[in-house]
Design a protein around this ligand. Structure first.
Ligand SMILES: Nc1nc2c(ncn2[C@@H]2O[C@H](COP(=O)(O)OP(=O)(O)OP(=O)(O)O)[C@@H](O)[C@H]2O)c(=O)[nH]1
Ligand SMILES: [Mg+2]
Length: 249
């Protein structure tokens, strides 16, 4: 007898057991959202703070090893693989969770969300990697953050002087060195803009001192707790950085 369940043909798709897993979620149509929220250009710290707090929500819910975010993307290096590695379940739950967390934080931040044209969403993809590829993956995302930073500053600086068409035309043939010079002539040293704009933001476990009170001994006590730490001053990623990351105890 035919069972409708048999039409759910992707439900058995699973992540290969031996791989490390990164999930990358990306805001859908956030160029439009940035306009609607009238975000500062090229970087709006309120928006990045919001993305960081979404990352902290992900951290608390799924206990990954690290979250890395820049622009409208969030990369999640998983420790334990949830939902028995089921691809559909993981992709849909992460996209849903992140979209919902973002919306909740947006409402709390009181960014001018009355102007939104409708519900917002994030997509999500699963990237299985060998251990060696994990560092390379994050290095590539961090290079993308840097390219974004350079292009974003160049674009918005020129837009103060030129139309959209003219700006695109000027930028078309420029190499990265030309963009540095172009910005430098206008008083911006791109190597000195805030680290989070050049390198993105990381969230990972770190020991922090927590002050408490021991009522029996009637005195203050300091204990060490592991907490999700938002790093606004990330180094350039290298293998050492990843070796130092704490896994869930
Ligand atoms: N003004 C401003 N815009 C930002 C900021 N961070 C991200 N964005 C916007 O978010 C966009 C992210 O790029 P994409 O993901 O390629 O663009 P998208 O419109 O989301 O397109 P899809 O992801 O394909 O749906 C950028 O082009 C910016 O327009 C910010 O701090 N300030
Ligand atoms: Mg996007």
């Amino acid at each position: 007898m035919f069972k409708m369940k048999e039409c759910e043909i992707y439900s058995n798709l699973k992540i290969p057991c031996s791989s490390k897993v990164v999930i990358r979620a990306d805001g859908r149509n956030f160029q439009r959202l940035a306009k609607e929220l009238d975000l500062k250009k090229p970087y709006d710290k309120t928006f990045s703070t919001l993305m960081a707090s979404v990352g902290v929500d992900v951290f608390q819910e799924f206990s990954p090893i690290m979250v890395y975010t820049f622009s409208d993307e969030i990369n999640i290096l998983l420790g334990e693989i949830p939902f028995a590695g089921r691809v559909e379940k993981i992709d849909s739950v992460f996209a849903g969770f992140i979209s919902s967390s973002f919306t909740q934080k947006l409402m709390m931040k009181n960014l001018d969300s009355d102007e939104l044209s409708g519900p917002l969403s994030f997509d999500s993809r699963i990237i299985p990697l060998s251990s060696e590829m994990v560092v390379k993956y994050f290095q590539e995302r961090q290079s993308e953050a840097w390219r974004n930073c350079l292009n974003g500053y160049a674009y918005w600086t020129l837009r103060k002087e030129h139309s959209y068409q003219k700006t695109v035309q000027i930028l078309r043939k420029q190499k990265s060195k030309d963009l540095h010079d172009l910005l430098f002539k206008r008083g911006i040293n791109i190597n000195e803009v805030p680290s989070w704009q050049r390198r993105g933001l990381g969230i990972y476990r770190r020991d922090v001192e927590v002050e408490g009170y021991n009522p029996l001994k009637e005195k203050k006590v300091v204990s060490i707790r592991e907490k999700a730490f938002v790093d606004w001053e990330l180094p350039l990623f290298d293998p050492e950085f990843f070796k130092g990351l704490k896994k869930l105890k």
